[in-house]
Ligand binder design. Structure first.
Ligand code: ACO
Length: 422
């Protein structure tokens, strides 16, 4: 069997044979032989935009691995900060590396007072925290102008560290501002997830002690969200990064991509959907309306997974542990029944639609008392290391600027008509 593909232009008879490498064919060979002919691929359904060694995703078989390590093992045995290190630097850290990394993240959680006093307070009282977070990440670039030195490894490390360590601080700050509560400063005695919970919920306790089950569940959810190869927001990070913008600007753009209901906003939509369904009796009619194409079953379906999303399985386990502490969400029974009905229905079966990571995460966040508009913010904190790992990998590969082509389908050349003659 020859490991290649041959493409023939039937207008000219010209053929080009392109070797298959790593499961793909390089567009260079095609572009060289057939200039001016483009692949039309809106939504990039058949385009590999990067060669990456960060995350291995086999959607047909429901497999997800970071740097080769199965997501199940990482969720069970690792921690979010260790996973950040793994994604960013390629290997699990030894003791010393881990200590240094945790120290660096823990001691960079503070942000400039101007950010809090002048920037955050400038938002309207009901501003969505995701909009505030996105703006705050972009604003960080003005505090660290050296960030544009993207090819200096030491400066790059500092910005990576800042984005991971300050993300929870900014997120909690956005939340507290939105409810008119004073900002809680980071506590260096707490771990990453605990410190975030403290900045979110602490009121007047001298020593805030987060519930260990809830802190662990949050840590696991952050691990599950840490990377997912070339998804919409990561692609945005790479596209913006390919122009050599600083990482704060690129991460703010990626945050914007994540904001949308088809991507990071889906977990919020799942809760709205479950609340709208409201009771067992309404599940069947809801499913019927989905089948008629009137609405989508949020938290179901995925561009890449055509099997059960392995992250959804782990989230479901975490949900059980969290509900033991918080009490069961009344929406859980509706979600379980909805899943059961959908998994047996031909509409969903024939389209390979299974629960994705978002189907149950919203229920956990809600049980932990995060308001709905913080869900995507939590996703942003989790996805940050993935964005940064891809950004760094892209710079090290010296990728050309992202600049796709289009198929022009507008009018042919025509002469300008003066206003008086229109
Ligand atoms: N409910 C009902 N039908 C669906 C759903 C859904 N959630 N998802 C896909 N379909 C159907 C489509 O109508 C289409 O049917 P057709 O062939 O009869 O036209 C078919 O399945 C294929 O769907 P596409 O839209 O082509 O799939 P695509 O890969 O473009 O979309 C997406 C993937 C956006 C995730 C989609 O499944 C969706 O909208 N799901 C709901 C939102 C959601 O949960 N998003 C979170 C994704 S995970 C993440 O970002 C972390």
């Amino acid at each position: 069997m020859t490991e290649s593909v041959t493409i023939t232009d039937n207008r000219t008879g010209e053929s080009v044979e392109i070797p298959i490498e790593n499961g793909g064919i390089h567009s260079n060979a095609f572009a060289k032989h057939m200039p001016g002919l483009w692949f039309y691929d809106p939504g990039f359904t058949a385009t590999a935009s990067a060669a990456s060694s960060i995350t291995d995703l086999d959607g047909a078989n429901g497999i997800l691995r970071y740097r080769g390590y199965p997501i199940e093992q990482l969720a069970e045995q690792s921690s979010f900060l260790e996973v950040c290190y793994l994604l960013l630097f390629g290997e699990l850290p030894n003791h010393e590396q881990m200590d240094n990394w945790v120290h660096d993240v823990t001691y960079h959680t503070f942000i400039h007072e101007n950010m809090r006093k002048r920037f955050m307070e400038g938002f309207h009282h009901d501003a969505h925290p995701m909009g505030m977070l996105m703006s705050a990440i972009a604003a960080l670039s003005t505090f660290y102008p050296e960030a544009k030195e993207i090819f200096d490894p030491e400066i790059r490390y500092k910005q990576i560290n800042r984005l991971i360590s300050k993300g929870p601080t900014l997120a909690a700050m956005a939340y507290r501002a939105s409810i008119g509560m004073p900002f809680v400063y980071p506590d260096n005695n707490l771990n990453y997830a605990e410190n975030f919970l403290s900045m979110m919920w602490r009121v007047a306790e001298p020593n805030y002690e987060p519930n260990p089950v809830l802190a662990k569940a949050l840590d696991v959810l952050l691990i599950l969200h840490a990377d997912h190869e070339q998804n919409c927001s990561t692609t945005t990070m790479r596209v913006v990064g390919s122009s050599h913008a600083d990482p704060f600007s690129a991460a703010a753009s990626a945050t914007g991509a994540l904001y949308g209901p088809r991507h990071g906003g889906a977990n919020e939509q799942v809760i709205h959907m479950l609340e709208d369904i409201g009771s067992y009796d309404n599940i069947e009619p809801f499913v019927e309306s989905v089948k008629l194409g009137e609405q989508r079953l949020m938290g179901f379906g995925h561009r890449v997974y055509k099997a059960y999303d392995p992250r959804a399985r782990i989230v479901k386990e975490q949900a059980d542990r969290v509900f033991e502490v918080t009490g069961k969400s009344p929406l859980l029974d509706i979600a379980l029944k909805l899943e059961e009905i959908a998994l047996e229905d031909d509409y969903f079966k024939s389209r390979n639609l299974y629960p994705n990571v978002d189907f149950y995460t919203g229920l956990i966040y809600q049980a932990m008392e995060f308001p709905l508009d913080m869900f995507t913010v939590l996703f942003t904190i989790g996805r940050m290391p993935g964005w940064l790992a891809h950004w760094q990998e892209m710079l090290q590969q010296e990728q050309r600027i992202s600049r796709p082509r289009q198929l022009y389908v507008g009018p042919d050349a025509r002469d300008y008509v003066p206003m008086a003659s229109r």
